[in-house]
Design a binder for this molecule. Structure first.
Ligand SMILES: CC(C)(COP(=O)(O)OP(=O)(O)OC[C@H]1O[C@@H](n2cnc3c(N)ncnc32)[C@H](O)[C@@H]1O)[C@@H](O)C(=O)NCCC(=O)NCCS
Ligand SMILES: Nc1ncnc2c1ncn2[C@@H]1O[C@H](COP(=O)(O)OP(=O)(O)OP(=O)(O)O)[C@@H](O)[C@H]1O
Length: 197
């Protein structure tokens, strides 16, 4: 039996991954959303809550993880971030394996993975798609989010592989610095191309 072709979708903060992943879904491609999995497992009654509370006391409650608090604990401190990743990433890998099994008959599936390059996930995909927009556009989008500051934005950026390098390593780049309809058309063309391979 043939296995699905795995497309990895990535891009830096605010570049439009979630929006573009939704466009792939509209084209009928099953999408695994790593961030959504993390949020589910960190949400109310999430499977990761006990381990996170153990490692980061006071950062969880009945509503799940307090993301702002946990973010403060880890984004400025590499050792703490590594500690959190050691809890979260194996669980994401497990969920991804289950997703793949559930879609073993699909010709094409999409893994939406924010940290595809940073965490070595690029080795496990057949093609890499990077979403990218000019820095100013990215900055405007990110700073418009509640709770975001330029300091936090700079710290998160420093943890991510630079956009230029991501683009250089991509098999396909989707431009998200243009009108949504233009991006949607580019996604539709790319899905056709990938399905034809
Ligand atoms: C610390 C947490 C709770 C903060 O949540 P919050 O909602 O405030 O931020 P969000 O998740 O939207 O992330 C904001 C930005 O930081 C980036 N980011 C998140 N985790 C990491 C990380 N481990 N390394 C580098 N960048 C990261 C995201 O890609 C995004 O661009 C959350 O980011 C988390 O649990 N991170 C560790 C798990 C992880 O690595 N997730 C990434 C996808 S698998
Ligand atoms: N052409 C476009 N393509 C994609 N997004 C666009 C475009 N034009 C405007 N946007 C807007 O830019 C924002 C991109 O946010 P989105 O949540 O998709 O980014 P993200 O990369 O998933 O973010 P993060 O890494 O922080 O989770 C959305 O509000 C979207 O509507």
């Amino acid at each position: 039996m043939s296995e699905p072709r795995i497309v990895g979708l990535t891009g830096s903060i605010g570049m439009g991954k979630s929006t573009v992943a939704a466009m792939f879904a509209e084209e009928g491609v099953p999408v695994f959303d790593a961030d959504a999995e993390v949020r589910r497992m960190q949400g109310p009654q999430g499977a990761l809550l006990p381990a996170i509370e153990d490692a980061f006391p006071g950062t969880t409650g009945p509503a799940g993880v307090d993301r702002e608090k946990l973010g403060e604990a880890v984004f400025g401190d590499p050792a703490q971030l590594a500690r959190l990743e050691a809890i979260v990433h194996p669980a994401v890998a497990q969920a991804r394996a289950e997703f793949l099994q559930a879609h073993e008959d699909a010709p094409l599936v999409l893994f939406d993975i924010p940290l595809l390059f940073e965490k070595g996930g690029h080795a496990g995909v057949d093609a890499i798609v990077v979403v990218s927009a000019p820095f100013e556009t990215q900055r405007e989008r990110v700073l418009a989010r509640p709770g975001m500051t330029s300091e936090k934005f700079a710290r998160i950026l420093s943890l991510q592989v630079p956009d230029a390098e991501k683009r250089a390593r991509a098999d396909h780049v989707i431009d998200t610095g243009v009108a949504l309809e233009e991006t949607r058309a580019a996604v539709a063309r790319l899905v056709q191309e990938l399905r034809a391979k």
